[in-house]
Ligand binder design. Structure first.
Ligand code: AMP
Ligand code: MG
Length: 294
């Protein structure tokens, strides 16, 4: 597992003065690890996560909400696959947020997120999230007009209002036992080019390619601006952002696994205690089974 002080360097808990350019997608915390070391560490990290998750699940009080945001190819799917492999699938829920359906567009933008929240004891993963409504929708203003809002509510303040609503929503979640942890997967433009090319050139990866990815890439600078403003306006102590350097996939996975494990550990979930009544029943059941004759 990566030392806590390395994980800390990627955590953002207040937006004032946050600049995306201060976070280098190649910043690997000065750790001297090979890819192989990183993969071995991840295996250990996942085992640790799995033990912590057993306690989270057994206690059934807290839920973790992992929000993954990042441009196409940043590594959202790979993180879900590698970090949660080995964790009991019953304790995990994954939800991918796509273009909203008619039903979703007939509601406010948080409605679909609310319905997908993890139950107590679970780790919920949002592969994209309600943050798309201050990202892609901001970069493509036409999408806002498709959201069926009363026109008088679409003012120049709408993004500020959405940030406020998101902060209130996350505060509500945190106050009620669902801990939001938000990951911005930070890759460089050059690395994205390599990954898109790899998708196009590898028959096993081409299914992931969408022409929209290249169209969105042309809007790279606009996306950087809206990502930065998103973090400036929604990084809080209760619901921090982690700006994860993602140019090396294995390093990004280590960071995410480490952060998730640390957060669960800090909640210190424990297996439920056996009451004295339960203990008597357990003794009786134990005795009965031992004495059973077949
Ligand atoms: P992918 O994650 O590659 O499967 O793509 C999902 C697509 O849905 C991305 O292009 C997102 O930007 C888009 N998307 C997600 N949420 C929204 C939203 N609220 N409004 C418009 N597009 C969205
Ligand atoms: Mg895609």
């Amino acid at each position: 597992m990566l030392p806590e002080k390395i994980l800390d360097r990627y955590r953002v808990t207040k937006g004032d003065g946050f600049k995306l350019k201060d976070f280098d997608p190649d910043d690997f915390g000065n750790v001297d690890l090979s890819k192989k070391d990183g993969e071995d560490l991840l295996e250990l990290g996942v085992k640790r996560l799995s033990r912590l998750q057993q306690r989270l699940y057994a206690e059934g009080k807290w839920a973790m909400l992992m929000v993954l945001q990042g441009i196409d190819t940043a590594g959202k799917d790979g993180i879900i696959k590698h970090v949660l492999t080995g964790v009991n699938p019953q304790g995990v829920s994954v939800h991918s947020f796509k273009q909203p359906s008619h039903l979703e567009l007939a509601h406010d933008f948080l409605w679909r997120a609310y319905r997908a929240l993890p139950m107590r004891g679970r780790i919920g993963i949002f592969n994209r999230s309600y943050y798309e409504d201050v990202l892609v929708v901001r970069v493509h203003p036409d999408l806002l007009n498709e959201q069926n809002l009363p026109p008088e509510l679409i003012t120049k303040d709408i993004w500020k209002e959405r940030y406020q609503d998101i902060n209130n929503f996350e505060r509500h979640l945190a106050r009620n036992g669902t801990q939001p942890i938000k990951f911005f997967l930070n890759i460089s433009k050059g690395e994205q080019r390599q990954r898109l090319l790899a998708r196009l050139e590898d028959p096993d990866k081409i299914w992931k390619f969408s022409a929209a990815d290249v169209a969105e890439r042309r809007l790279w600078d606009k996306y950087q601006v809206v990502y930065e403003e998103m973090i400036q306006n929604t990084a809080t102590e209760r619901a921090p952002w982690y700006v994860v350097p993602c140019n090396k996939k294995w390093f990004a996975r280590l960071v995410v696994a480490g952060v998730l494990a640390e957060h669960i550990k800090s909640l210190d979930p424990s297996f439920p205690k056996i009451s004295s009544d339960d203990a008597a029943e357990i003794d009786a059941a134990h005795k009965e089974l031992l004495e059973e004759k077949n």
